[in-house]
Design a protein around this ligand. Structure first.
Ligand SMILES: CC(C)(COP(=O)(O)OP(=O)(O)OC[C@H]1O[C@@H](n2cnc3c(N)ncnc32)[C@H](O)[C@@H]1OP(=O)(O)O)[C@@H](O)C(=O)NCCC(=O)NCCS
Length: 149
């Protein structure tokens, strides 16, 4: 599923997050990275549909590391074939509960300015856009959004 996500990423996503000309990351490399990055109070979780039992993407918390005062960052990505059915919103709300119960008091989320769907999901689950932005001449502007828990 992760390999498929990587393969279908928008061409505006920077190349280091897309499959390279030699086919990396491979399924084995992605598998290895899952095994070595087990979730604790942060981490990416598989989004599984209860009825179909299929994994359709991930949603979780990543170490922000972008000067976000130690608060983790919400992240999500789903396969294109399941977009626009409310799954990212539902998964994000579950992750917000998890974050709260782990003792986190604030989350951040960064999003490309052009990413309308993701901005809409973040707004629906209570994130607000801050003044902070990072402008990249090639890939565009990253917006910083935040939510208290
Ligand atoms: C962002 C993403 C996870 C959204 O998943 P999803 O399950 O489709 O999200 P939801 O169905 O919960 O909500 C999507 C909202 O965006 C809206 N939307 C989707 N595409 C849109 C578009 N092109 N223009 C305007 N609104 C759009 C939907 O109408 C919906 O809002 P609504 O409930 O008010 O109608 C999915 O598009 C994705 O995986 N994108 C690629 C990865 C990515 O961008 N990750 C986030 C990085 S910050």
């Amino acid at each position: 599923m992760l390999r498929e996500l990587w393969a279908e990423r928008d061409p505006r996503v920077p190349p280091h997050r897309r499959i390279d000309a030699d086919g990396h990351p491979t399924v084995a490399e992605l598998e290895d990275s899952i095994r070595t990055n087990q979730p604790s109070s942060i981490g990416l979780l598989a989004v599984e549909r209860k009825a179909a039992h299929d994994v359709i993407g991930y949603c979780g918390l990543i170490d922000a590391g972008r000067g976000s005062e130690g608060a983790p960052e919400l992240a999500f990505e789903l396969l294109r074939r399941v977009w626009r059915q409310g799954y990212a919103t539902e998964a994000s709300l579950a992750v917000l509960d998890w974050a709260r119960s782990s003792g986190h008091e604030r989350l951040w989320a960064t999003v490309w300015e052009w990413n309308t769907a993701s901005r809409r999901v973040l707004a629906k689950v209570g994130f607000t856009e801050t003044e902070r932005k990072e402008v990249d001449a090639v890939y565009g502007t990253t917006l910083f959004t935040t939510r208290r828990l």
